[in-house]
Ligand binder design. Structure first.
Ligand code: S3P
Length: 449
C-alpha cells in the first residue's frame, strides 16, 4: 500500500455508462473483528466463512495470535481459530499495532485489559488521533491500570490487567457499540454480572455472538430508544461456526452509485439487514429511492437480502438524530446522495462523526465544497442543498485524511458529476473494502488509479 512507502495514491471517479449487473460485497467488518476475538476467547475451534480480509480485520487477527490464538487461513474468507479460553491469554511479546482500526483496538482493550497481562496498543496517524478515554474510563473502574498513554488518552497506550476484573454497571456517555462491546468483553473475565446501559441502541453484534458462543446475555429496554445489556461473567465459550454476512456499510457505496448514475440497475447480493444497521436504506427509501429487498433469508443468525437498486430521482429529507446509530458510518455516502437530490437534506446529531477515522463532518464538507455543492454545518447537523442530479464535481483532489469511507464516497460522487472527482489517496480503501475498485468496475464504473 502507498502508505507503507509514505506515498499517497490518488484515484479518480468519472461519469460513464449506466451501472448494471450483480455483485456481492465482502463480509461485515464488525462481525469479522468479533469472529477473531470470540475465536480467541473460546475453547476449541472456530471456523469462519466469509471473513472480510481487510487490513483492519487482519490486524485484529495478528493481535489475537499475539495473545495466544492459533489462526490459519484455509481459503479466501475461510479461517480457523484455535482459542485459549477466557482467562487463558498470554502476554504479547510486542506492541499490538491496530493500524487504522478503531474497532479492533477498542474491543481488544477490553479483552486484554481484563487479563493479568501487560499489553501495548498502537496504530497509524489516524488511530493516534482518536479518543480512547471512552474505553479507558470504564476499564479503570473494572480494575485495569493505564500504565502509560499518549496525551489526551490516545494510543500508544499500555494497559495492565488486574488479578481479578471487577464487574460493573456502566452507562455509556456516547452511543457507541465499541464502548459497549469493550466493556462486555472485559466483563466476560469478571466474576458476576457486567451491565452496559446505552441511551440509544447501537449495533448488537457482540450480544448476538456472545449467545452464539454460549454466554448468557440479558437485554432489557431502557428509556425511549435505549437498552441495558448484561453479560454473566466467566462462562466457558465454545468454538463454533460463524458465517459472516455481507457488510451493509460496504454495500452502501454501490447502492448510492446505482441511485445517482442515470439508467443504472444493479443487484447487491446477500446484504445483512440487521435493523440496527439499515438506517441508510430507510433514509434512501424516504428520499424516493428504488431499492427492493429480494429473497430475504437467514444467514449466520442474521437476515440477509438481495438488494435491487435502480437509478432514482431523490428528494431531500430530514434524518433524525435518533437514527444515527443505525447509519453512523453511512453519512458520508448519504451526503453524496443528498447532493444529487432535489431540495435540502438535514442530517441531525452527527457529533460522533467528528471522531471517526477522520473528522468526517469536516472532511465531507470540504469534499462537497470542492465539488460545488452548497451545504452548511449547523452545530452538529450537516445540511446539504441538493442540485437535482447536476453536480459539477472537479475541484482539487478531495483530502481523505486516512479515511476509507471518505475516499469511497467521493469516488462514487465522481461517477455522476459533470467533471471527474479525484481523491488524494485510495490506499485506505483496503482497510474495509479491498475489492471496491474491481467490483465497481464490474458494474461498469470508470475508476482510474
Ligand atoms: C463499530 C461501531 C461503530 C462504527 C464502526 C464499527 C463496531 O463505532 O463506526 O465502524 O464494530 O462496533 P462506534 O461504536 O464508535 O460508533
Amino acid at each position: 500500500m502507498g502508505h507503507a512507502h509514505g506515498l499517497a495514491s490518488p484515484v479518480t471517479g468519472r461519469a460513464g455508462s449506466a451501472l448494471k449487473g450483480r455483485i456481492r460485497v465482502p463480509g461485515d467488518k464488525s462481525i469479522s473483528h468479533r469472529s477473531m476475538i470470540f475465536g480467541l476467547l473460546s475453547i476449541g475451534e472456530t471456523r469462519v466463512e466469509g471473513l472480510l480480509e481487510g487490513d483492519d480485520v487482519l490486524r485484529t487477527a495478528e493481535a489475537c495470535k499475539a495473545l495466544g490464538a492459533g489462526i490459519v487461513r484455509e481459503a479466501p474468507g475461510r479461517w480457523r481459530i484455535r482459542g485459549v479460553g477466557i482467562g487463558g491469554l498470554s502476554e504479547p511479546a510486542g506492541i499490538l499495532d491496530f493500524g487504522n482500526a478503531g474497532t479492533g483496538s477498542r474491543l481488544m482493550m477490553g479483552v486484554a485489559g481484563s487479563h493479568p497481562i501487560t499489553a501495548t496498543f498502537d496504530g497509524d496517524a489516524s488511530l493516534r488521533k482518536r479518543p480512547m478515554r471512552r474505553i479507558l474510563d470504564p476499564l479503570v473502574r473494572m480494575g485495569v491500570t493505564v500504565v502509560s498513554e499518549a496525551e489526551g488518552g490516545r494510543v500508544p497506550l499500555t494497559l495492565r490487567g488486574p488479578r481479578e476484573t471487577i464487574p460493573i454497571t456502566y452507562e455509556t456517555p456516547a452511543a457507541s457499540a465499541q464502548i459497549k462491546s469493550a466493556i462486555l468483553l472485559a466483563g466476560l473475565n469478571a466474576p458476576g454480572r457486567t451491565t452496559v446501559i446505552e441511551q440509544e441502541a447501537t449495533r448488537d453484534h457482540t450480544e448476538r455472538m456472545l449467545r452464539h458462543f454460549g454466554a448468557t446475555v440479558e437485554v432489557a429496554p431502557h428509556g425511549e430508544h435505549g437498552r441495558a445489556v448484561t453479560v454473566h461473567g466467566q462462562p466457558e465459550l465454545r468454538g463454533t461456526a460463524v458465517v459472516v454476512p455481507s457488510d451493509p456499510s460496504s454495500a452502501a457505496f454501490p447502492i448510492v452509485a446505482a441511485l445517482i448514475v442515470p439508467g443504472s440497475d444493479v443487484v447487491i447480493e446477500g446484504v445483512m439487514m440487521n435493523p440496527l444497521r439499515t438506517g441508510l436504506i430507510a433514509t434512501l427509501l424516504e428520499m424516493g429511492a428504488s431499492i427492493e429487498r429480494l429473497n430475504e433469508r437467514e444467514e449466520g443468525g442474521e437476515t440477509v437480502a438481495d438488494l435491487r437498486v435502480r437509478a432514482s430521482r431523490l428528494k431531500g429529507v430530514t434524518v433524525p438524530a435518533a437514527r444515527a446509530p443505525a447509519m453512523i458510518d453511512e453519512y458520508p455516502i448519504l451526503a453524496v446522495a443528498a447532493a444529487f437530490a432535489e431540495g435540502t437534506t438535514r442530517m441531525q446529531g452527527l457529533h460522533e462523526l467528528r471522531v471517526k477515522e477522520s473528522d468526517r463532518l469536516a472532511a465531507v464538507a470540504a469534499g462537497l465544497a470542492e465539488a460545488g455543492v452548497p451545504h452548511e454545518i449547523v452545530g452538529d447537523d450537516l445540511v446539504v442543498h441538493g442540485l437535482e442530479g447536476r453536480v459539477r464535481g472537479g475541484g482539487r483532489p478531495v483530502a481523505t485524511h486516512l479515511d476509507h469511507r471518505i475516499a469511497m464516497s467521493f469516488l462514487v460522487m465522481g461517477l455522476a458529476t459533470v467533471e471527474p472527482v479525484t481523491v488524494d489517496d485510495g490506499a485506505m480503501i483496503a482497510t474495509s473494502f479491498p475489492t471496491f475498485i474491481p467490483l465497481m468496475r464490474e458494474l461498469g464504473a470508470t475508476i482510474l488509479d
